[in-house]
Design a binder for this molecule. Sequence first.
Ligand SMILES: [Zn+2]
Ligand SMILES: [Zn+2]
Length: 410
Amino acid sequence: MTTIRIEHQCPQCGAPANLEETDRLFACPFCRVRSFLLTRDYFRYVLPAKNPADKDLFYFPYWRFKGTLLFSLPSGNDHKFLDVNQCAADLPGMPATLGLRAQAMKLKFLSQELAGRFISPTHSFSDTFTAFQTRFSQTLPKPILYSAHLGESMGLLYSPFYARDRLYDAVLDRPIGNRMLSGSLADNGFKDEKPDWRVNFVPALCPDCGWDLEGQRSALVLHCRNCTSSWYPSGEKLTRVQSDCMEKAEEGLFYLPFWQITCEISDIALKTYGDLVRVANLPRIVDAPVAAREFRFWAPAFKLRAQAFMRLAESFTLTQAQEMLTPALPPERHHAVTLPVEEACESLKVVLAGFLKPRRRIAEMLTRITIHPTHFRLAYLPFREDQHDYIQVQTGQAVNKNLLSLSCHL
Ligand SMILES: [Zn+2]
Ligand SMILES: [Zn+2]
């Protein structure tokens, strides 16, 4: 699986650093300072120009998306994996896509120091994304009841160009076709404001007690073992997130993280466990105190291929294991949180579509229902390890080890 590689400098000592787009916690091998990478929204990258001297470079924007499209069909759920980019502004003659170029070279983060003009995107990410959905759903049987995405990475790529007698692609230092740029960029309606963005490296220290935060390089959630707290990026700062653990006296277990998401759901009654038993028509009899427990969606908080992701999300949502949790940090042997809760929230309607009954009314119900997440927290569940799988101790649900390690590079 292809990933974007980024060249950067350590914010403390200036030593060169090589990062991958999935990296969040950066530990400098020279000065040992650990920083966490934050952005107020998404990361912006710049492709390098081949011979930048004496060229009046302009950078053209491309939206990048890597992840899975999820579709709810009358026959069940389907998905497609995508790793694509698409121009975010219109200028005739410009390449509509950069293809795999961004994955083949080292990029830089966008920074204020870079010379050149930057064209602002004129198409929003969501418009571009809708076009991807339409294009990739063409081969699916109709009707498509609902579609969503499970994103692993989204961002903006800036690729350099310049104009002489013709338009030139500055990455290859080669002309693009025979096209002349008629008039200046401004005549073509382009704003070339320097984007007001830089990557933000914050010290990986507990915002509450100042202790070193613990996490793997791709971890979105960091833990403080001193004051027993968990921290999750929210815009340009770290905010506290409640972390629960299903504890088990057994040694050597491996813990996987899940998001528990409380939602307001319109048009169906789904607030409690009792509601879930009715909505999913589960063959269970529950007594009143159990029936009154709050309903939460459950979804993996780590990257996993769509099919396995949906299977686990549906199965743990139907289990509602929150009563077995206690507030705690996971033991040392655990998988990092690598899937943002925002992405997990995108999948909830598809998860719901998987168990909603009666099936014959599903199309009509799905169009009306809206799901509004109101609260989230983490749950770390223990898994026993055998040769091929991690097996969840209480439910017997298995996660293939090979699939999990492959999915890390999604
Ligand atoms: Zn350093
Ligand atoms: Zn602390």
